[in-house]
Ligand binder design. Sequence first.
Ligand code: PEP
Ligand code: MG
Length: 548
Amino acid sequence: MTTHLKTKVVRGTGIGDGCAIGNLRFLHTSIAKTREKGMGIDGERARFLDAIEAVKRSISHLQKTAEEDIGADAAEIFAIHAMLLEDEDLLERIEASLGDGLSAEGAVEAASDALSGELAALDDPYLRARAADVRDVCSQLLSHLSGKNEAADENTSKPYILVAEDLTPSQTVGLDRSTLLGFVTFEGSPNSHTAILARAMGIPALVCTGEFSNLYDGTVALLDAASGSLTLSPSEEEQSAFATRCAKNAEMAQEREQKLHTLREMPAVTMGGHRVLMYANVGGEEEIDAALSQGADGIGLLRSEFLYLSLDRAPDEEQLYHSYRTVAERMQGRRVVIRTLDIGADKQVSYLTLPREENPALGLRGVRLCLRERTLFCEQIRAILRASAHGKVALMLPMIVSVEEVRACRELIAECMQALSLRGQDYDKDMEIGIMIETPAAAILCRELAAEVDFFSVGTNDLLQYTLAADRQNPHVAELCRTCREPVLRLVAAASDAIHERGGWIGICGELAADLSLTQRFCDMRVDELSVSAPYLLELRERVLACQ
Ligand code: PEP
Ligand code: MG
């Protein structure tokens, strides 16, 4: 395939500074939106009918197995899914889009978005819950349709570079990391959760500003995050020159890492004597080894929603408790800050049927959602409290904008403590409770908020987006977030002063914490802790040691 297509270089914003060489693999959502030449109306209709039959067969098989294994009641969901595949409303919408010339994937995706959106907005809870079922069956149809893509099939077990219109955090956490060489997306920005995950995984990524078609699916590509370029279908000579350069970079990176490793145990104290705790941001227990190997003094941000995003139903208290307890025990007395569920905006789960919002980043997310979904919230709070009996655990609330929200959360925490006492279960009665400063409101109210909580951590990713009115997912304003940081730095400085006046402590866990050009400034602000993805910890420690 490589020899049929012209070499082409696409530009973008690189995430990380690594490079990768491998076959491209398009995610079906990308194929749906970028498909340039479908197979014509009849061809696309035939592909769709084929997909419908295949998914019906697969659902009927699943239904039978589930009835035998877990009983007829529990297998009911498959009957609902089978019925949906015959639903006139859904089929008519798809047929109309096919008639308009959309690809089968595009038609399914459009019908899924429209119908699930309408259902999610209804008052009837039964019908609202069907929104998730519509998305589920449509995603099975899309998987089948993309499964028909030969290039993607060929590459499934081989290492590959993933290309997607956008990757949601839940898609990203669900990826098999063992074969993933890099990401290329057309949406998103360096502050998006997908970019953050790419950094944590230590793999190169690129947010493309140029377009290319899915005809390149399966071809070899050279991904260079440092220069922000993707070379499609390169010549043999280009491939071998790039491979040599990548190998050399990897060698140099390894040498540097060995040197940095000698700093692991060294407390990060500036030359002027200010100690900064070096904490790690993690998505779950599987990242603890990496954090410890890079000398983390603690965990400054456990993004607890990643566990929720990786499942198809909400984890229960026991599952959460075991996960948090494992982290607390493995960190052996070092502080572990567990941020409570920050679902909403770009982080959506299908089992919570959230209302469709025009501006989800300004809508029901973080504590706003948790204060409405109290059963879900309290299960998590009890799990965090129980884990606090096994290590130094702290609880942190996201997206705070008012003192009242903190008080409402503290009331629930007190109720959860009482419930555990009644059950005779242990927890740390003095567990620290903190909040994130992710909104200008929280930064402005620090003085008042300091009377309510034990600590603060600045989420610069959201603080940038809300201060600059610049969507962190939107590549068109990514440059603004990169260059216009002064207003946010001043908010952090003022917050730090207000918090220190009241004897509190403040950390930074957004991506700016890892920006070495800002470390001196953060030290001047007397920030107490910096929390970054594990791969950035040692370089940051070295930088703090060199600060005044
Ligand atoms: C932030 O907003 O800076 C932050 C750390 O939280 P998240 O990136 O998960 O929104
Ligand atoms: Mg945030």
